[in-house]
Design a protein around this ligand. Sequence first.
Ligand code: GAL
Length: 376
Amino acid sequence: MKITYLVFIALWIFGCTVSKNKQIEPGKILPDNNGIHINAHGAGFLYHKGMYYMFGEHKIEGKKGNSAQVGVHCYSSENLIDWKDEGIALKVIEGNSDHPITKGCVLERPKVIYNQRTKQFVMWFHLELKGQGYKAAQTGLAVSQSITGPYSYVKSLRPNAGHWPINFSEEQKKKEYDYSINRWSEEGREAVVSGMFVKRDLKGGQMSRDMTLFVDDDAKAYHIAASEENGTLHIRELADDYLDFTGKYVRVFPEESNEAPAIFKRHGKYYMISSGCTGWKPNPARSAMAQNIMGPWEALGNPCRGTEEQVKTTFHSQSTYVIPVHGKEDAFIYCGDRWRPENAIDGRYVWLPIEFEGDKPIIKWYDKWNLSQLDN
Ligand code: GAL
């Protein structure tokens, strides 16, 4: 009995040492506990009771994988190195083509947060209705009592119908627009900056595409998404139960086409990593900082350091999340997607440590790196 016990402890210590020495290899195949490349793209992460959970888009082979054929895949890990397949957390609906999350819709960038008060896991995602391209620009909601699911679909919508952004003047509210104007003309751009699309969508709700969620230290949660025809980010306060919008939101960087937002907090300041807007093709990342999540936000420029090609393409990736590493001070991991739209399932994960030059987040390339690099 005693020997079995000792062998078990020895194996456990050996396992921990192996994991500790395991490295993160950005852009390489990332095997799960079954040796299969992790299938969770546009992912979000949640740390809960000593475990990290990763939720992302399950893709299939070929171009068809760019639409949702399966749903949201969940993985769990104690150390961000060894990932266990937890199965499909939210399944697309088969056999009902009228359902908003019917198989073949576009269901992207799922993010899960935990509501302490209701003890519910709350998932928001970007939803495009089947057969409508990217026209619907909605956000969807699903909930579960259990972190790995199954999540039940609740609703999808364009947020904040009938509400003006809090950083919108009386003058802006009164302005009249010619909605047939060419958006890319000088006049069109000016109109977008001043809020043409906010006004157009006031009644039906604001557009919502690439998105993330952020829960602050006071348990208030925010939904951050590309809105206004992808021109402007909206940072929206969620209700206390996280299941609705309160109507309080701000416009950030009007007409600067930020996508793929990821938010983290360090030393009481809020940071954002985002991308430009070039579809599946990579582009230069951006970074920004704010004293208050509702702004004002200050642009800090491209956080990437490296060769011209690396800086121009964000190491051939697009941001999706920044993981705050539990138990380590000031330790954050940039998580990006290296999309493979021709064979969606082969998309890769580019995870890199976030470093700081003073107050500025910096991302550098490492072929391989170890989590101990984040120790201060
Ligand atoms: C990207 C976006 C992805 C996906 C893609 C479709 O800009 O970040 O999530 O929507 O466009 O082309």
